[in-house]
Design a protein around this ligand. Structure first.
Ligand code: FE
Ligand code: FE
Ligand code: ZN
Length: 278
């Protein structure tokens, strides 16, 4: 079963997102837990969530993906910013329990000249403080393009973080096609090789979600500029191979392409028409 969707605005609540997703032909979606540039989250609306859960069940919406705000940087150079990251994630994870069993994805962070090792140390420290054994959410480290001092630019860096986390069963990975391509993983000419490398270094059992994006830049450019499907350097064929790769079967796949809703609907319809796995 293909679980395909896109990033949606959470400003109108969960039921509105669910309805929007179905209208677009999607059966999963992603949303920001709060303003991507930071700030307080809206209060939880239990009625809205109840209505959403009912709607999701009736309409076959699968696992959904919450995305932490971009400003969250667990390995910032100043303690204030690191503490803000911790508090934000802890609060987000508490709120996620209203939607049990879903995914919470975040960018590992930028080490801003402190070096990768110290960065990894801080990220693991945050996770060890905010994860708890009773939570039903799986927290995902997103694979990054390696722009600036971003951590998570290689499978080895992701693995190094996972190794330092105590509650390992609460952790997973979200693979972003634009990011790994910009990071130097050739998913165009050697998808099987990249999948094998992921399995050897991280383990495919850790892979819980995919971001489907084309890239404005070239292999290994470390840029992170998403492009519409088939209009970038990854291209339609490679993206179609990704959605049909047996290793990714059943994972929620969300578009984060530069589109309005109409464009997302077209891309979702296109990818559904190219899905051949089952
Ligand atoms: Fe992201
Ligand atoms: Fe992404
Ligand atoms: Zn990106």
């Amino acid at each position: 079963m293909l679980y395909i969707g896109c990033h949606l605005s959470s400003s109108k609540g969960f039921l509105a997102m669910g309805k929007e997703a179905v209208k677009l032909g999607a059966n999963t979606f992603q949303f920001f837990t709060r303003n991507p540039r930071g700030g307080a989250a809206k209060p939880i609306d239990e009625e809205d969530i109840k209505a959403y859960l009912e709607f999701a069940k009736e309409n076959g919406i699968g696992t959904i993906v919450a995305h932490a705000p971009y400003v969250l940087n667990a390995c910032a150079a100043t303690e204030d910013i690191r503490n803000f990251a911790k508090e934000t994630m802890a609060d987000d994870l508490k709120r996620m329990e209203y939607l049990p069993g879903n995914l919470y994805n975040f960018h590992p962070g930028s080490h801003v000249k402190q070096g990768v090792d110290i960065g990894i140390e801080y990220i693991a420290e945050m996770l060890n403080e905010v994860l708890n054994k009773d939570m039903s959410t799986t927290v995902l480290l997103e694979t990054m393009a390696g722009k600036g001092s971003e951590i998570g630019r290689s499978f080895e860096e992701i693995r190094a973080i996972l190794d330092k986390v105590e509650l390992k069963d609460k952790m997973g990975v979200c693979l972003d096609t634009c990011h790994v391509f910009d990071g130097g993983y050739d998913i165009v000419n050697d998808l099987d090789g990249v999948v094998k490398e992921f399995d050897d270094i991280i383990g495919l059992d850790k892979l819980k979600a995919i971001h489907i994006n084309d890239s404005k830049n070239t292999l290994g450019s470390h840029k992170d500029r998403h492009e519409k499907i088939a209009e970038g350097n990854i291209g339609a064929e490679a993206i179609i191979n990704v959605i049909n790769h047996p290793a990714f079967r059943g994972l929620p796949m969300n578009l984060e392409t530069p589109n309005e809703l109409e464009g997302y609907a077209k891309e979702i319809a296109f990818l559904k028409s190219k899905y051949t796995l089952d």
